[in-house]
Design a protein around this ligand. Structure first.
Ligand SMILES: [Zn+2]
Length: 435
């Protein structure tokens, strides 16, 4: 499939964007102001004409701007079925008395429908990739495959120091490693040891070795609450980063959600080891987990991306909202209005996150993956249009996103996602099942 997006705004100028397969193959300025005799006009015109003749789909980009899509760096997609099920609770009460009991009764089919609902919401708000951790790998993988998105999906580890569960977790990871070939390369397989308080030392060590052996990423939660830090000190005599380091689990292939309760030296250690921090400001605020120190972490050299966390603790999956909250929280917390500027928040949610997963996306340039969105410049939230990135971070909402393309395929156009009515209907059925 090839797509020509004509006359769309890119970094302040009108361009034609040609997508060949899953790659942005050319970006040609629409040289309205140049005389037809000029070489630049002739070259641009020739490339656009060639693209027009060879493309199979034409999109009129007039009064729209092209932007990279969001990459949601920490997520539990299927938890969309738990949206607004249990709110206004302390983290461990929320997990122990509400989330985990409900999860005990779910099936792979529930995960599939929950993940489809999450994918729909993410596509509608301009996200094409998410880094996930949840049970029933195949349920989420099928949803991602069908919805046309990209995701890093894991084999979850929660053994609670039980050797039987540990063996089952390991067996499952080995089996899923074989079965990942059922899916396209839009789905990356990784390991998901939930957290150091739910996964035994033996299992964490095994994850580090297995991931290194097979070239896999590891997705975990780290230093989310003060209780986690205290319990780790009591049980292991070490704070969480030092404990994970002693197990070989601080490495460049590790993405760590939250990273709230870190001392300066711990930020430097994580930066040195190449661990990626996944900042989830809404979830941290809602559960009162604490505040990730973005500026300090950045100054320590940490790589940082932004995620929504699951719908059970957010309760939406809109990255447009998440980047705004990240920026505002940092300013409010530091008392410095120059902290976490719009460009930095935007970068963390797009290019920085994509790079962590080896994706040549999160940017609009020739040769990059065709993962992109078109935003409607006539939407009142983007007018008058002094600075598009500032508008997207501070002003926009999902209604500004008109079209979403991932891997060279159109996932949404004119704000419609094929099949969305059925996904919503299936999502409504969760209320009857669980309440
Ligand atoms: Zn999480």
């Amino acid at each position: 499939m090839s797509i020509l997006i004509q006359n769309v705004q890119h970094e302040g100028e009108a361009v034609d964007v040609f997508i060949d397969g899953n790659i942005i193959s050319s970006i040609v300025p629409v040289e309205r102001d140049l005389p037809p005799s000029s070489q630049l006009w002739r070259t641009g015109r020739a490339r656009s004409e060639h693209a027009r003749r060879s493309c199979s789909t034409l999109i009129d980009g007039t009064e729209m701007a092209i932007l990279p899509t969001f990459h949601n760096a920490h997520h539990h997609a299927a938890m969309a079925y738990m949206r607004s099920y249990a709110d206004d609770l302390e983290l461990f009460e929320w997990l122990n008395e509400h989330v985990w009991p409900l999860e005990a009764g779910i099936t792979e089919e529930d995960v599939y429908h929950g993940a489809r609902l999450a994918c729909l919401e993410m596509i509608k708000s301009g996200t094409t990739f998410f880094n996930d951790m949840y049970w029933y790998f195949h349920g989420t993988a099928r949803a991602v495959e069908e919805m046309g998105m990209r995701a890093a999906l894991g084999a979850v580890f929660i053994d609670m120091n039980d050797s039987g569960k540990r063996a089952a977790n390991r067996e499952q990871a080995e089996q899923l490693l074989e079965e990942r070939s059922r899916y396209s390369d839009r789905i990356q397989f990784q390991l998901g040891p939930h957290a150091l308080y739910t996964v035994s030392r033996e299992a964490l060590e095994w994850c580090a070795e297995f991931a290194a052996e097979h070239g896999l990423m590891i997705h975990t939660h780290l230093s989310e609450t003060q209780k986690e830090v205290q319990d780790c000190l009591t049980l292991h005599g070490l704070r969480p980063p030092a404990y994970l380091d002693s197990l070989g689990l601080l490495a460049p292939n590790v993405t760590a959600a939250h990273c709230v309760h870190l001392e300066q030296a711990e930020m430097e250690l994580l930066a040195e080891r190449g661990v990626k921090a996944l900042h989830c400001p809404t979830s941290n605020m809602k559960l009162c987990s604490g505040k990730f120190r973005f500026t300090d972490a950045q100054n320590a050299g940490m790589q940082i991306a932004i995620g929504t966390d699951g719908a059970a603790s957010n309760n939406n999956l809109c990255m447009i909202e998440e980047v705004k909250i990240a920026a505002l929280l940092e300013k409010h917390f530091t008392g410095d209005p120059t902290a976490l500027p719009a460009e930095t928040a935007w970068h963390a949610a797009t290019r920085a996150a994509a790079g962590m997963f080896g994706l040549n996306s999160g940017l609009i340039q020739e040769g990059a993956l065709a993962d992109l969105m078109l935003v409607n410049l006539n939407n009142e939230r983007l007018v008058p249009g002094h600075n598009l990135i500032a508008d997207m971070v501070y002003s926009a909402d999902s209604a500004c996103v008109d079209t979403v393309i991932c891997d060279g395929n159109i996932l949404m156009q004119n704000r419609h996602v094929p099949g969305e009515e059925e996904i919503i209907a299936k999502g409504r059925a969760f209320k009857k099942k669980f309440c």
